[in-house]
Ligand binder design. Structure first.
Ligand code: ATP
Ligand code: MG
Length: 261
């Protein structure tokens, strides 16, 4: 059974139909890259899968369970409560809180989450905070930032800030982790570092989706590539198939244009 299954996802902004029925599946342990022209709906797809936007139609299943669908009777979209924590997002501009230390950036959301269960939090405060702190230390070590725990984001390099953003997303143990253009805010020589971090995060319990303009990066990082154009998936498959043996004229034209840069 796939970890993530997206069926016929649709989203419009006014008259502008951005996603016209997008369907794909992703297994645990897989990394998917999404490529396509600017304005083609890649970020919108990620935002819909993170529930930052409400899709107009379609279904999203995680481990076979529907977490988003359109109610047959009311015709209204339904998002299963709590599902936001299943999906983690690393934003293009990192969106770190500048007034908090690296460690606090990691612990803030889990502490708020724990506090939402008032009684449990009150009765087990020390234990809960201790666990969150320990988890933050473990994750900082995974992304190689143990020595920056007390620093503030403004004093870190772009690559370090990005690793904080990744660490923060990992705190809630998402089943699917999404990256929007993870290399575009960084100096080109850091692309290899991002590649290493993402590959290091591969695990059977987790799938990752990476939107990127960098085709070489997509080829290196992913098990599967989706090429999107005009709101639909034009072509999908392993990187070797999509890049070296594209079947669609549209894909060929896009790859030729991209190579020109
Ligand atoms: N919040 C919004 N309100 C209205 N229109 C939007 C909104 N977000 C995106 N759009 C429109 O949806 C279309 C797709 O945008 P999107 O950001 O998903 O493209 P993209 O593929 O990520 O592009 P890029 O490669 O430049 O990041 C664009 O025409 C954009 O203007
Ligand atoms: Mg985008």
């Amino acid at each position: 059974m796939p970890l993530l299954e997206v069926k016929n996802l649709r989203k419009s902004f006014g008259e502008n139909e951005v996603l016209k029925g997008v369907s794909f599946t992703l297994d645990g342990g897989e990394v998917l890259s999404v490529i396509g022209a600017s304005g083609g709906g890649k970020t919108t797809l990620l935002r819909c899968l993170n529930f930052l936007e409400v899709p107009d139609g379609g279904e999203i299943l995680v481990n076979g369970e529907r977490v988003f669908y359109i109610d047959d009777e009311t015709g209204k979209p339904v998002t299963v409560p709590g599902v936001q924590n299943i999906m983690g997002m690393v934003f293009q501009q990192f969106n770190l809180f500048p007034q908090y230390s690296v460690k606090e950036n990691l612990t803030l959301a889990p502490i708020l989450h724990a506090k939402s269960d008032k009684r449990r939090f009150k009765e087990n405060k020390r234990e809960i905070l201790g666990e969150i702190d320990k988890r933050a230390d473990e994750i900082l070590s995974v992304v190689g930032l143990t020595d920056k725990a007390a620093s503030y984001p403004g004093f870190l390099s772009g690559g370090q800030q990005q690793r904080v953003a990744i660490a923060r997303a990992l705190m809630l143990s998402p089943e699917v982790l999404f990256f929007d253009e993870p290399t575009s805010s960084l100096d080109p020589e850091l692309t290899g570092e991002v590649l290493k971090v993402i590959k290091g995060l591969k695990s059977h319990e987790r799938a990752m989706v990476v939107v990127t303009h960098e085709l070489e990066f997509a080829r290196a990082v992913s098990d599967k590539v989706i090429f999107m154009a005009d709101g639909v998936i034009v072509e999908q498959g392993p990187p070797s198939a999509v890049f070296d043996n594209p079947q669609s004229e549209k894909t060929m034209a896009f790859l030729n244009r991209s190579e020109a840069y």
